[in-house]
Design a protein around this ligand. Structure first.
Ligand SMILES: Cc1cc2nc3c(=O)[nH]c(=O)nc-3n(C[C@H](O)[C@H](O)[C@H](O)COP(=O)(O)OP(=O)(O)OC[C@H]3O[C@@H](n4cnc5c(N)ncnc54)[C@H](O)[C@@H]3O)c2cc1C
Length: 344
């Protein structure tokens, strides 16, 4: 079965990878001069689940996606996978409540998720912190850019190949995986562009001691070759991918808010801005395009695309190939593009 995939970011590349493993013939069309030309082009990103206080469709999706990704990353080479652990800091009462209820409701073995005191968090981090945290020992970072390349080894793809009209593509199935540009093909879907920028800074003597990821309203990744990645700004309804110096300052300022002094002396040496897409309820849109029988979507991966693009790829592959579904019906409904239809 020939499957044409529009977009060579994580959503498109992950789907191509899973389809190829299943014996289908994926072909990826990417508008840019390289794979991962859009939001997936960052050199480092965290594979965090999106936490919700209640156990429901959303948490079931991200929990499944997290364990799926850990299994997958073990099998891929050259993706800069660093499972150094992630501390999700309780930097406000609201966040503390959400993280505590996550630990209760997800009920994972403490070897994989547990609440830690400020002292224990500091010991894990290797630097003194001033917040309790939810700790995910298997958490970590990966290079989205390299992940796309790894997914696409041996998959047919065409660069500088913008698709303007799906009818011009000769394939049994077509999949829209082109980030915010999905809106051009499916204008009724409530896709929201969200600009974001990551910042690279040189490590200081203090920050160089960091041993795991720190997650707060932003994030800090342990230094690699003396350089930290700080993320990320989040500006809804802004589709401008130009670099903004004030975004670097915002990423550094967020660090100062969770641990005064950690920001001191950090020198900005690089940055990258791009635009992710999200949906009205911040949950990805994955499934059959309403009114079509051969056009699927994988979009609105928001700030959690490393996990959701891979889980979405497994689900779409099951749908396209007519296999039993890897996710329960309530999760599939919650992801479906038809969920936005007005009831009347
Ligand atoms: C600053 C920032 C930091 C982030 N940090 C993290 C993180 O730490 N962890 C995490 O999980 N997620 C993170 N994200 C989110 C993650 O990067 C996105 O969710 C993910 O990249 C979305 O992948 P995608 O394939 O849907 O979209 P994209 O990566 O945007 O891919 C879409 C592709 O489609 C192409 N395209 C567009 N139109 C066409 C067309 N007509 N024909 C052909 N090709 C087309 C584009 O060129 C692009 O390459 C971050 C995002 C940003 C912006």
């Amino acid at each position: 079965m020939k499957v044409a995939i529009v977009g060579g970011g994580m959503a498109g590349c992950a789907l191509a990878y899973i389809l190829r493993q299943s014996g289908a013939e994926p072909v990826v069309y990417e508008a840019g001069p390289t794979l991962a030309s859009g939001a997936s082009g960052n050199s480092s990103g965290l594979y965090n689940p999106r936490f919700s206080a209640l156990r429901g469709s959303e948490s079931d999706f991200y929990a499944a996606a997290y364990s799926q990704a850990l299994r997958c990353f073990q099998t891929l080479e050259d993706i800069d996978w660093n499972p150094c652990g992630s501390l999700h800091l309780m930097y406000s009462d609201k966040i503390a409540e959400r993280l505590r209820r996550t630990a209760e409701n997800w009920h994972w073995d403490p070897a994989h998720m547990r609440l830690v005191s400020t002292d224990e968090a500091s010991e894990i981090a290797g630097i003194t912190l001033c917040h309790e945290a939810l700790y995910l020992p298997d958490g970590g970072s990966v290079s989205p850019e390299k992940l796309c390349a790894a997914y696409m080894r041996d998959v047919e793809h065409h660069l500088n190949a913008p698709v303007e009209n799906l009818d011009c593509i000769d394939a049994d199935i077509k999949v829209l995986a082109c980030g915010p540009a999905v809106a051009q093909f499916a204008p009724t879907l409530p896709l929201i562009p969200v600009r974001g920028q990551i910042t690279q800074v040189t490590a200081t003597e203090l920050s160089a001691g960091l041993k795991c990821n720190l997650c707060h309203s932003g994030y800090m990744v342990p230094a690699r070759d003396g350089v930290h990645t700080l993320g990320a700004t989040f500006q809804p309804d802004d589709d401008d991918a130009e670099i903004r110096p004030q975004d670097d300052q915002e990423n550094i300022q967020k660090l100062a808010e969770i641990m005064p002094g950690l920001d001191t002396g950090l020198q900005v040496i690089g940055q990258r801005a791009s635009v992710r897409a999200t949906s009205r309820n911040r949950f990805p849109i994955i499934g059959l395009l309403p009114g079509q029988d051969d056009v699927y979507i994988s979009a609105a991966h928001g700030s959690y695309g490393i996990l959701s693009s891979l889980m979405g790829a497994h689900l779409l592959a099951d749908m396209i190939l007519g296999r039993p579904r890897c996710l329960p019906a309530d999760v599939i409904r919650a992801l479906s593009p038809t969920r936005f239809k007005k009831r009347g």
